[in-house]
Design a binder for this molecule. Structure first.
Ligand code: SF4
Length: 188
């Protein structure tokens, strides 16, 4: 994937691992960004943050790369109404439903669930048993939308996998592979 990481976020999750994105960065002209993404060899763009959908030109960016034939995965917190973005061709969502340990459990824009389609998925970051129980409780409300359980930081991956197997739930358990490979580093 070709990564576009935007700055700023409207949330403050307790375990956020990208706090460096809350400020700083550098401005890039929309047309330049679309051109760079459109000419990348990667078929997919990852549009992430921070919270990418609070950028004033987020929609124009998504439309621009869509016109160029790229597919985009938008990593969003679930707190922003995704409706107008979901209408863009070749835009897919990795949408969080914030678990209790995040401290942002109430941030979900509930209407977003109605915009998700085949190819999108929701992600629960799981730190403890309460998060796990919360996420399992949600599964019945997701219909055919795929769910990912992601262990938070040092959460025991084996515990999470064995819990999912024991409970017979239909989820993908997906650790942050880049951290397993490269550790806590920016730019990977
Ligand atoms: S939504 Fe993402 S970037 Fe924003 S505070 Fe939470 S984990 Fe960090």
């Amino acid at each position: 994937m070709f990564f576009v990481r935007t700055n700023r976020c409207n949330l403050r999750c307790t375990w956020c691992d990208t706090t460096y994105s809350f400020s700083g960065g550098s401005e890039i002209d929309l047309n330049d960004l679309v051109a760079r993404a459109a000419s990348a060899w990667e078929e997919w763009i990852c549009f992430t943050g921070g919270e990418p959908l609070i950028q004033a030109e987020a929609l124009e960016f998504l439309q621009g790369v869509s016109k160029a034939g790229k597919k985009t995965l938008v990593e969003t917190s679930g707190s922003i109404n995704i409706g107008k973005f979901a209408a863009t061709r070749n835009v897919f969502f990795d949408m969080d439903i914030k678990t209790p340990s995040s401290g942002e459990e109430s941030s979900l824009f509930a209407g977003n669930l109605g915009y998700l389609k085949h190819g999108d998925y929701v992600k629960f970051v799981i730190k403890n048993q309460a998060d796990y129980d919360f996420a399992v409780d949600w599964l019945g409300r997701l219909g055919s939308i795929e769910a990912i359980f992601q262990p938070c930081g040092g959460t025991d991956l084996k515990w999470l996998v064995e819990s999912a197997i024991r409970d017979g739930i239909n989820v993908r358990v997906l650790p942050q592979l880049h951290k397993l490979i490269w550790g806590e580093r920016k730019g990977v």
